[in-house]
Design a protein around this ligand. Structure first.
Ligand code: NI
Length: 165
């Protein structure tokens, strides 16, 4: 059952702080497969975090290759942001909050450190859509949602006219 159902707001699971992965064992590898399969089951989806499918492990997948040429899928295990650049405001959405989008302030570039599936520690500089997506997924792993960043609910939250699926 690789495609999992996506947990939706306001389910409190989305507010859980994830727990660092100690070792990349069979259950972690299964989680990674589930995350990929579930993300790919939603056309246009660019990232998914483990707590969105009910896991506490600090794992997320990010894939902007359908929108940015030359980019590739990244499996982020225990990711953390080392540095971030100046911020800019962009419209954002989330599979766990399908009826809303919002203007969110994010860094245009981030330097992150994470472990890949082979257990190697990677330092990576991301920019543009990929950087925003990485910040959004790390937020999920910290129990945060994009709507938390909204300054004014009156002017910065929008009801979606068209659903993602
Ligand atoms: Ni999301």
């Amino acid at each position: 059952m690789p495609i999992q159902s996506v947990i939706e707001y306001p389910n409190p699971i989305l507010r859980n702080l994830s727990e660092p992965v100690e070792s990349i064992n069979d259950s972690c590898l299964k989680l990674i497969l589930d995350l990929k399969d579930t993300m790919f089951s939603f056309p246009g989806c660019v990232g998914l975090a483990a707590n969105q499918i009910g896991s506490k492990e600090r794992v997320a997948v990010v894939d902007v290759s359908s929108k940015i040429e030359g980019s590739e899928l990244r499996v982020l295990i225990n990711p953390r942001i080392l540095h971030q650049s100046k911020h800019k405001i962009l419209r954002e959405g989330c599979l766990s909050i399908q009826n809303l989008t919002a203007n969110v302030k994010r860094a245009e570039q981030v330097e992150i450190e994470y472990m890949d599936v082979s257990g190697e520690i990677i330092k990576y500089q991301a920019q543009g859509l990929e950087a925003i997506c990485i910040q959004h997924e790390i937020d999920h792993l910290d129990g945060n949602l994009f709507i938390d960043h909204v300054i004014s609910a009156k002017t910065d939250i929008f009801r979606r006219k068209r659903y993602l699926h």
